[in-house]
Write a protein that binds this ligand. Structure first.
Ligand code: NAP
Length: 546
């Protein structure tokens, strides 16, 4: 890439670069977006990445037990046949180092790294109306300018560390799972406290319990979980997948969630109790996120949902030996899958271990962190290490934190103060030429992420190609279609049981003070794709182009 560098500014330590497109983030989205813009459109594109390696979410999330909940054969790119045929996964669910290895393999194969600036943290981005140009500044005093700015910052990349009184006084070590030390943490013989029992905490607890002297899990909300049933991928599996990739991707794109399996068309209420039990048992044995697909209406009908929730509650009681602990671990405040359902490897079994204690912090809330550990309203728990598995400022956090100002200096944080305002999750009014890959208002986190990412990157690339072909310099979401889209995102969520889980991060409820708005698009991936295609085919309806 020929980045133009201004000699004058280079002389005073700062450096300026003019390119055609700036991409922020070198995870799944950023890598593919760079490939498309550079190799398909021939643009000068640069990726700015805060980390010192590629991987995005998987660069940072290295906590014990971190692996993907989507199955490996479809948690990958679908755009390149050679990559598909050359790469093979070792486990049903890929562990974090293997995903980084995969993304490095892709980056090397497509020769992407020469256009990725690592250790380059973006501190602000501002749009200039006179020149239709974005200017991005970085922590190390560099300036990049380009007509197009594309955020590829992920949905779950801003760690949420609760503001706990006294944390700074803690004499042990504390870590957030999403910012895990690269050298790992030595738990041997240590008294560990884990706060949080979402997907992350549920993956981490069994591994920490095996390594630590003692583990105390501080649970605020009990959660459902399905066994992952992880295991090695055989040579036969690899052969079968490679031979069938076209069908796998077709199925994934045709569905609601970008997974290559179909949701049953049968209602949970249309079968006998015995038949339903048999179907759930089979899904439980098979394991994984596919449990949700057992019936058509698990996420649509409260009575149907109750059958799944009751089944999973009974499993907790079967697995956990102490009935009082089993009861504490049983969720009653929300239906199964109304919050993102975790999958696990021995989570409930962990509470049968002698070195594990469960503390219900709804019954005895945390008062403060002391130098020696955690104090609840009932007692002090002495700890050497605290692990915050407390999630993320999801979807909006990574974008708002970029300090973006659009047309006439309008700030994204103000534009979204009452919740994200996007058209199709791709753009926001007053932020011309800014595209947000898997932004709020798109299927994103309700989807198998690589599939959602590829659809967005392809759409954005086609849009930029069309604009350049027609000599257009500016594209901006219009306010009215945006309002309608936001209303439609709400409608789509309201047609499901998803908004019922009042503590869900889908609603922003996990971050104190964040507006309660259902953020991802729950209308289904295939439907969403059709809408985006229709908008593009109709002259980018709802966008102002000039
Ligand atoms: P999460 O689902 O938001 O769970 C955070 C946990 O921390 C919850 O149990 C929450 O309790 C608790 N918590 C938050 N603030 C707290 C506070 N101040 N005091 C006490 N407890 C607090 O976060 P996550 O587990 O990191 O998962 C986030 C998402 O990342 C997942 O839903 C999933 O989409 C993704 N993820 C994916 C994978 C994968 O595919 N491999 C793995 C992990 C995560 P409440 O429920 O009461 O708020």
């Amino acid at each position: 890439m020929a980045i133009k560098e201004s000699a004058a500014s280079a002389a005073n330590g700062a450096s300026r670069h003019a390119v055609d497109a700036i991409i922020i983030g070198a995870g799944f989205s950023g890598l593919y977006q760079l490939h498309k813009l550079r190799d398909d459109l021939g643009l000068n594109a640069v990726v700015l990445e805060k980390a010192d390696g590629v991987g995005g979410t998987w660069y940072w999330n290295r906590y014990p037990g971190a692996r993907c909940d989507s199955e490996s054969y479809y948690y990958c790119y679908s755009f390149n046949k050679e990559i598909e045929q050359e790469w093979s996964w070792s486990e049903r669910y890929p562990e974090h180092p293997e995903i980084r290895k995969y993304l490095n393999f892709v980056a090397d194969k497509l020769d992407l790294k020469r256009d990725i600036r690592l250790n380059t943290e973006v501190t602000s981005a501002a749009f200039d109306d006179a020149t239709n140009t974005w200017t991005v500044r970085t922590k190390d005093n560099q300036t990049f300018s380009a007509p197009f700015l594309i955020t590829a910052v992920g949905c779950l990349s801003t760690a949420n560390v609760p503001k706990m009184k006294g944390l700074e006084s803690f004499e042990g070590q504390w870590y957030h799972t999403g910012l895990w030390p690269h050298d790992g943490v030595d738990f041997k013989g240590k008294r560990v406290g884990q706060i949080g029992t979402g997907s992350t905490g549920i993956q981490a607890a069994p591994v920490i319990a095996e390594q630590a002297g003692h583990l105390t899990v501080f649970q605020r909300t009990a959660n459902y979980s399905i066994p992952a049933r992880n295991g090695p991928v055989t040579a036969e599996d690899v052969k079968h997948t490679r031979e069938n990739y076209d069908d796998i991707w077709k199925l994934a794109r045709a569905g609601t969630n970008g997974h290559p399996f179909t949701i049953s068309t049968q209602s949970a209420l249309a079968v006998s109790d015995t038949e339903r039990q048999g179907i759930y048992e089979k899904a439980w044995e098979r394991g994984g996120l596919r449990f949700r697909a057992s019936f058509s209406d698990v996420l649509q009908n409260a009575d149907a949902n109750l059958t799944a929730s009751d089944f999973l509650r009974s499993k907790i009681k079967e697995v956990v030996k102490d009935p009082a602990i089993a009861e504490m671990l049983t969720p009653y405040d929300h239906g199964f899958a109304t919050k993102r359902p975790p999958i696990d490897s021995g989570y409930f079994e962990t509470f049968n271990r002698d070195n594990v204690l469960l503390v219900d912090i709804k019954a005895e809330p945390i008062v403060e962190v002391t130098p020696k550990g955690i104090r609840t309203t009932k007692q002090d728990y002495e700890l050497d290490i605290i692990v915050f598995a407390t999630g993320f400022d999801a979807l909006t956090g990574p974008l708002v934190n970029l300090n973006i100002s659009g047309s006439q200096g309008y700030k994204l944080k103000d534009a979204w103060s009452a919740g994200p305002q996007t058209y199709l999750g791709l753009q926001s009014p007053k932020f011309p030429n800014l595209f947000t890959i898997t932004g709020p208002g798109s299927p994103s986190v309700l989807c198998n992420m690589p599939i959602a990412i590829e659809q967005h990157v392809d759409w954005i690339t086609d849009c930029i190609r069309d604009m350049r072909a027609k000599g257009l310099k500016r594209i901006e979401a219009e306010p009215e279609p945006t309002e309608k889209w936001v209303a439609h995102v709400n409608e789509a969520a309201d047609a499901t049981l998803l908004p019922m889980a009042s503590s869900s991060w889908y609603l922003g409820a996990n971050v104190p003070g964040k507006p309660r708005v259902f953020m991802p698009y729950a209308g289904g991936f295939a439907r969403y794709t059709a809408i985006c295609n229709d908008v593009a085919q109709n002259g980018y309806r709802g966008f102002a182009l000039s």
